[in-house]
Design a protein around this ligand. Structure first.
Ligand SMILES: Cc1ncc(COP(=O)(O)O)c(C=O)c1O
Length: 401
């Protein structure tokens, strides 16, 4: 008997951050001293009031299955959070909780497209690699929309409209954005809203996992356009804002799709961990003081890393408005050291001077072959930022041709 692996599984993509993390761990095991900027998670512990809520849940026996959509207390806390942060009234019954925000990418593709019939999903490029992977594997057609440096990596409404066809079922927007740290301005969001009004067949997946990490301007959400809210899937979670990546807790909110998402959760995870759900109630509705101080420290680090990166030979870096990523242009630096591209540059940084970053190709096809970028996650200590950039400075100067 010849056993085969499904086309679907063969097409499944991955997050290269985890692949690079494997390389880093191998080097660390061999005794190398590595400064890592490659993983997108806060370098803080979960605030203690939230940890205590989790401990209390265990001690009080709250660790069994819950309804697939999540406990009502949490869905109410999320509805209150959405009201507080987006000025939008959402019914707790329209909220579904899952093991992170990530599963809702797959559930949204599954809920809005059919397999192999040419349904198209538009997603940002560069972008979170799971978008393309899930779209392709779920049998829809991935349609990238490029984000440009000269637009500060915001989405261009005209370019979006040029990609929409009768087959478009879902458009994914992500602001603040991974990997560039860019955010969609209020004006651009209004222009996007006009485009969506002209194309009522499109669902919109608003990936707002970095909503609370906006630095210069107030967070702008497409949900301020009331008339579009029935087709916006709001996706957010506790991972980034409250340093809770490993607790695995996120949500999606949409009136029409909530019951569908809930069924998908029943078919996959059954429910999110009850312990994490009680901890998340505290995250969304308890004291925000630690979350605010973590955000303040990310802002300080952003300012530091942007300043230091711009002092590197052959490197220029825009100031990103949110998340904890920078996306410097290393085109000239690659030429200076004879690196064929950003991936070669990244590998040499890791092997020669022990600095781990990701390359643009880990986030989709390079927008312009003539423009090379790398990604830093600056959720790292100030000392690591200073030492890491110092090592890159030495690498470029020592290898200059
Ligand atoms: C853009 C984006 N969306 C979603 C997620 C998933 O977050 P979660 O930990 O809630 O699954 C991430 C995590 O890195 C992300 O960067």
């Amino acid at each position: 008997m010849i056993r085969s692996i499904s086309k679907r599984s063969r097409e499944l993509g991955t997050e290269n951050a985890f692949v690079v993390l494997g390389e880093v761990n191998d080097l660390v095991r061999k005794g190398r001293d590595i400064i890592s900027f490659c993983i997108g998670q806060p370098d803080y512990e979960t605030p203690s009031n939230i940890k205590l809520a989790g401990i209390k849940a265990i001690e009080n026996g709250k660790h069994g299955y819950t309804p697939s959509s999540g406990i009502l207390e949490l869905r109410q806390a999320i509805a209150d959070y959405i009201l507080r942060t987006r000025n939008l009234h959402v019914d707790p019954d329209d909220v579904v909780v899952g093991a992170g925000a990530k599963p809702f990418i797959m559930y949204s593709v599954l809920a809005t497209t059919d397999y192999g019939v040419g349904n198209e999903v538009i997603y940002p490029n560069p972008g979170f690699p799971i978008y393309e992977s899930q779209i392709r594997t779920m049998g829809a057609v991935p349609i990238p929309i490029n984000l440009h440096q000269d637009r500060n990596f915001s989405l261009d409404a005209n370019e979006l409209e040029s990609k929409i066809t009768d087959n478009t079922r879902l458009v994914i927007i992500n602001s603040p954005h991974n990997p560039t740290g860019g955010s969609i301005s209020h004006k651009d969001m209004d222009d996007l809203a006009d485009v969506f009004r002209r194309h009522p067949q499109c669902w919109i997946f608003a990936d707002e996992i970095y909503s609370q990490l906006c630095y210069d301007n107030k967070f702008s959400s497409l949900t301020k356009h009331d008339d579009l809210c029935d087709r916006i899937i709001i996706s957010d979670g506790v991972s980034k804002t409250w340093a809770m990546t490993g607790w695995r807790l996120g949500f999606a909110a949409n009136k029409m799709l909530a019951s569908i998402f809930s069924k998908w959760v029943t078919n996959t995870e059954s429910c999110a961990s009850q312990i994490s759900q009680w901890a998340a109630v505290e995250a969304f509705s308890g004291s925000q003081s630690v979350a605010i101080s973590m955000k303040d420290s990310f802002l300080e680090r952003r300012n530091l890393i942007v300043k230091l990166t711009n002092e590197l030979p052959g490197v220029s870096c825009l100031t990103p408005g949110g998340a904890f990523y920078t996306w410097p242009d290393v085109t000239e630096a690659c030429k200076m050291v004879g690196a064929v591209d950003s991936e070669d540059f990244r590998r040499r940084l890791l092997n020669d001077v022990g600095v781990a970053v990701l390359a643009d190709i880990h986030f989709g096809e390079r927008v312009l072959e003539s423009e090379q970028h790398i990604r830093f996650s600056y959720a790292a200590s100030v000392d690591n930022i200073k030492n890491g950039i110092d090592r890159i400075d030495q690498f470029i100067r020592n290898n200059k041709r």
